[in-house]
Write a protein of this length. Structure first.
Length: 141
């Protein structure tokens, strides 16, 4: 009989790898974070999107706590019970999801950061312009 990959308990069926969904999700989380730190995955979600993976967000929340890294704000939302923090790219490059480039900041500090949303437009995004020109189709007259 096999044992759970996370906790070592016996699963309900011999074909199962985990004893519960909680063990499965926790194991997958740890595996993803290990791959992210080793550089095998970029920490993003989707193929062309610039969203941060839920695993990376969870890792940052566990490492730094539920508080803004700039002002220390930690007020919990009355409905969800969590602190509504946003993941910020320190250098403004949304492709760089390395641990050193990510921080958690509150919705008040995020718009005040120098790289918020579109403020760094044209800086470090030359690949987008090159991609646009590469895919541009010109009609021949």
């Amino acid at each position: 009989m096999t044992t759970c990959l996370l906790c070592g308990k016996n699963p309900k069926r011999a074909s199962y790898k985990y004893c519960s969904n909680k063990c499965q999700f926790t194991y997958q989380y740890h595996q993803y974070i290990k791959k992210w730190k080793d550089g095998h995955v970029n920490g993003g979600r989707g193929i062309r999107t610039k969203n941060i993976s839920k695993h990376v967000r969870r890792y940052l929340l566990e490492k730094y706590g539920e508080k803004c890294s700039l002002c220390g704000w930690s007020q919990k939302h009355p409905v969800t019970g969590g602190v509504p923090l946003e993941v910020d790219h320190i250098n403004g490059d949304s492709d760089n999801n390395s641990e050193e480039n990510l921080r958690l900041i509150c919705p008040n500090c995020h718009p005040l950061s120098p790289n918020f949303r579109n403020l760094n437009k044209g800086k470090g995004r030359a690949w987008r312009i090159a991609e646009y020109h590469k895919n541009q189709i010109f009609d021949k007259i």
